[in-house]
Design a protein around this ligand. Structure first.
Ligand code: PXG
Length: 290
């Protein structure tokens, strides 16, 4: 495997960053997770735009243009001869002193890893999964805003541990007002009487690119969409439910906190949207090998 670090392609064994990098010392940096499908980097421009927005929000100046970042990402796929898979792109604050002041970090580091992906077991996509609500609340929008895809994922990891302790793979995280925010690495959708709903981003969620894609698919299919504040009651009484994320794509949910969602089977609108989503992956994104 060849890993891109600051303009160079390095063998996996030599792909290292400094222990003085504030990305490691403080989680000071931003990242993206991106998919390749059918020889295309899916929604690459949208991911790169979000990366630069995350960086802007933490006053991190990425030392290359968005177009250069797009080209470096595609080149990393080519160097690894990948047409399908997963890309992890990160920008760290860079090497600094042991104090947390980012002004002591003169040069941010850019790392791009392209690899194969391990998804949830295939069975979960057919049968749907069970999830729980966990006690750890999502970060407040005025502390580390969940819209920032930062390298500090402890809030999500704590929730993931609570999910694992409960014997499930994902968890609903509520915001500090008790409204549904999102899951640890996925956005939340419910369907009630033919209407597709997902919490508003202001409830404390990432501006999910899969979320946007699915909302577009729904609008194109004439399915009404809205983004209301949502409580656990709304989730429990939904007809269908699924989660969206770059890694998970669209994964159906059939049980939440012991409550069966709908009839306990993957629902028809979920399947319709999943088919539409899969079609989109064939055409949306930058071509890797001409
Ligand atoms: N919410 C959060 C907190 C995320 O990290 C999503 C939603 C979905 O967004 P996209 O743009 O991918 O549709 C994410 C992104 C993992 C993992 O291991 C998941 C993400 C990132 C890194 C790791 O599940 N998801």
């Amino acid at each position: 495997m060849k890993v891109y670090i600051d303009g160079q392609f390095l063998d996996e064994a030599n792909a290292k960053v400094s222990v003085f990098d504030h990305g490691l010392l403080y989680g000071d940096g931003v990242f993206e997770g991106i998919r390749m499908y059918h020889n295309r980097v899916f929604k690459l421009r949208e991911h790169i735009e979000r990366l630069y927005w995350s960086a802007k929000a933490i006053l991190l100046e990425i030392p290359m243009t968005q177009e250069e970042m797009i080209q470096a990402t595609i080149e990393t796929c080519r160097q690894n001869n990948l047409r399908d898979g997963y890309i992890r792109l990160l920008v760290t604050r860079g090497k600094g002193t042991l104090g947390l002041d980012p002004r002591r970090c003169p040069k941010p580091s850019v790392v791009i890893i392209a690899a194969n992906l391990q998804m949830y077991p295939a069975e979960l996509y057919q049968k749907g999964m069970a999830i729980v609500t966990v006690p750890t609340t999502r970060n407040l929008v005025n502390s580390v805003n969940p819209a920032i895809k930062s390298l500090n994922y402890l809030n999500n990891i704590l929730a993931k541990i609570e999910a694992n302790n409960a014997g499930v793979e994902e968890a609903i995280m509520l915001n500090s007002d008790g409204f549904v925010a999102e899951c640890t690495g996925d956005n939340v959708f419910i369907i009630q009487k033919g209407r597709l709903m997902t919490p508003p981003l202001s409830a404390g969620a990432l501006y999910g690119i899969t979320r946007n894609t699915v909302l577009d698919c729904a609008r194109a299919a004439g399915i009404p969409t809205s983004e209301p504040l949502m409580t656990r009651y709304d989730v429990y009484t939904a007809d269908e439910m699924f989660l969206t994320g770059t890694a998970a794509e669209m994964i159906p949910v059939v049980k939440v906190d012991g409550r069966v969602i709908g009839n306990g089977q993957v629902g028809p609108l979920t399947l319709q949207l999943l088919a539409a989503f899969r079609e989109t992956t064939k055409t949306a994104g930058e071509i890797i090998f001409a």
